[in-house]
Design a protein around this ligand. Sequence first.
Ligand SMILES: Cc1cc2nc3c(=O)[nH]c(=O)nc-3n(C[C@H](O)[C@H](O)[C@H](O)COP(=O)(O)O)c2cc1C
Length: 158
Amino acid sequence: MSKILVAYFSVSGVTKQVAERMAKAAGADLYEIVPEQPYTDADANWKNPFARCNKEWFKKLDVPAAGTVEHFDQYDLVLIGFPIWYGCAPVVVSSFAEKLDFTGKKVALFATSISSKMGKTAEKFKPHMNGKGELIADRRILPEESNDIIAEWVSGLK
Ligand SMILES: Cc1cc2nc3c(=O)[nH]c(=O)nc-3n(C[C@H](O)[C@H](O)[C@H](O)COP(=O)(O)O)c2cc1C
C-alpha cells in the first residue's frame, strides 16, 4: 500500500479544510507548511499595496519555510496544497519543496483560489522539485466539492 503525505499551506483556512478532508479520504499523513515568519491577516491583505505579501512578491523575496517533514523518505505520493497567489504557488511552498528530495516519489498539486484556474501553476512549480520525482497531476479544488469527489481524485493518483 502506498504511503501518502498531504502537505499544505493556508492563511485564511480554505486550503486547510480541503487538505484535512483530502488526508482523511486518502488515509494520508498531514503536514502544515509554515513560513519562518507566519502571515498575519494584515500581511496577506493583497488589496493593500504596502502589505507584506505584495512587498515580497514584487521584490521577488524568498519566504523560507520553517522546519521540514520528518522521515520524508517513507512517502510514495506527496500531495501539496496551497492557495493560488499571483497566479501561482506561494513562494513559501516552493521554498518548502526545495528542501525535500522527491526522488522516486509521485507529486500532485492542489490549490484553492477566488477565480484563478491552475493555469501555469504546475509548470512554474516544477523547477522547485530540483529535477527529482514526477509531477503527475494538478487540480484546483473548490471548497464546496464533496469528500467523494476529492477521494476519487486521490485514488486516481495512487
Ligand atoms: C497574496 C494573495 C494573492 C492572491 N492571488 C490570487 C490570484 O492570483 N488568483 C485568485 O483567484 N485568488 C488569489 N488569492 C486568493 C486566494 O487564492 C484564495 O482566497 C484562497 O482560497 C485562500 O486560501 P487559504 O484560506 O487557504 O489561505 C490571493 C490571496 C492572497 C492572500
